[in-house]
Design a protein around this ligand. Sequence first.
Ligand code: COA
Length: 587
Amino acid sequence: MKILLIASSFNGLTQRLHRELVMMGHTVSVELALNPRLMLEAVELFEPDVIICPFLKERIPDEIWKKHVCLVVHPGIEGDRGPSSLDWAVSGGMAGWGVTLLQAAREMDAGHIWGTKDFPLRAASKASLYRREVTMQAVQLVRQALENIKNPKFKPRPLDYARAGVKGTLRPAMQQADRKIDWQRDTTDTVLRKINAADSAPGVLDEMFDEPVYYYGARREPQRRGKPGALIARCGGAICKATADGAVWIRMAKRKYGPDKACIKLPAAEVLDALAREKNRPVRLPAVKAEACEEIRSHERNGVGYLYFDFYNGAMNTEQCRRLRQELQNLKKRPVKVITLMGGEDFWGNGIHLNSIEAAPDPAAESWRNIQAMDDLVEEIILSPKHVTVAALRNNAGAGGAIMPLACDRVVARDGVVLNPHYATMGLYGSEYWTYLLPRRVGEVRARQIIRECMPMLAREALLLDLADELFDEDWERYHESVVGYAESLARPDVYRKCIAWKQEQRKADEKRKPLAQYREEELEQMHANFFGAKSEYHRARHDFVHKERAARTPLRLALHRKDYSAQQAVETGPEKLLPLGGVIGG
Ligand code: COA
């Protein structure tokens, strides 16, 4: 089938569906919902059999949904309508929630229902639920819908509030007034729910030194207490604030007003310090070690060390890379044979920290420091002659964060994970030893193709390409059981000995062929030009990324329909620089 994806952005769910559909053998093109004219043009150019909208904030023009079957993923239970579905569910402390696949109609979210799936509502942020539960159910609903579309007897059911089991309602867009925290009255549970419901966007608006600031990334503090509303401690980048009956850690904050580079999501303690300096009001908060906001932790079991690194949004700044490397070094000194890198709760890793870089006084110099720290970390993984290393990809990874796992001896992944092992969309050549690690697994030609095409790839595709060695169940619990079983099997003396002998021999041979240091030097030469060069596109690309600037048009690598169109225009109006097209497999 020809399937057009119309989406507000090429977000994780859209990427996942794109690859799922391509792997099912469909021809898939993407149009970003930038304006009605472009959406109409896309439909005319592509003439799709069906349109799927995985993530849509805009209205679909009437001319489109009247002529074409247009299926919209709505992150709510049957009958739920409105733009803040998950926000209301999380803030209301619902026990369960759902995803519904609706046919687009005149009224938003009121079209016929193609399917709905419920799930228990984890105590987590809205974005975390979206990336895990909503995504998983949405993929199944779309698969089912594509079966149903072929069945002439299938009829989607109209939305009927009188039907038993239809519990959803029309709810308004949630406003900051609905999200507001009353620090004198709100308990820790309530505060956590409010911040979670607004995370990753728009955040809960609060105040620091009388300045409006948004909060994100909340965690429960189990012991500390204080005067409700008072800041009581800091730990790394997080700050601890007392509630009516306890306290919460706030990991990230964003100023509403201020210099451009300060109005982005940054560690909350950094925002606090910057405001304290600006207002000349020094803050004296005890710096403590609190388990609740530790980003890096490890544990050992049956000869396996597990290393977790839960960095907000998977981005790793210079300090975080250094701390993670230190923890890895510590783990290597422990009596473990296998080291498993587990990543975070929501992302495995997304490479250097573009927000920290943007906020730095000298972004080019900070980029340079960050990539060096990242390279040191990757090198530390590669140079682990006495340990079998496993990258366990339970969540999505991008850029350097998708190359870093390849430094491990084994790569296993949770089904459904989306990888973006490329850098060019950020105007970067890339480092993290990708010129060594990627061809080592897929060969030189394929490596260049992956890097050049900038397409997402499913874990299942990574397995087919030998970028991953094993694929485990998407179900979170079953996945973890499989990872433990796998890692423990590598710690068995016979298996361990064999792996280590092979690995040491391989490393020696590789080093002889081309020293590791040379890969790094060559990559960093290119990165230096990206960071400090006059013609570099990186600083603009990073600025637009962290400030969430909307794309002016759909990138041609995603819009199959526009590729032909632009080629035709190029003939008529002169050459146009076309991006290479397609996916890694079948695209
Ligand atoms: N630095 C800072 N923030 C980052 C980041 C990075 N390297 N990578 C992702 N993020 C943030 C996004 O800004 C977004 O923030 P928000 O939701 O809090 O507003 C969040 O992480 C999720 O990212 P999003 O783009 O929505 O996720 P996705 O699953 O749709 O896409 C990627 C994933 C990896 C394709 C995309 O995030 C990306 O291109 N990241 C940049 C990677 C990069 O170029 N790194 C530097 C080179 S090493």
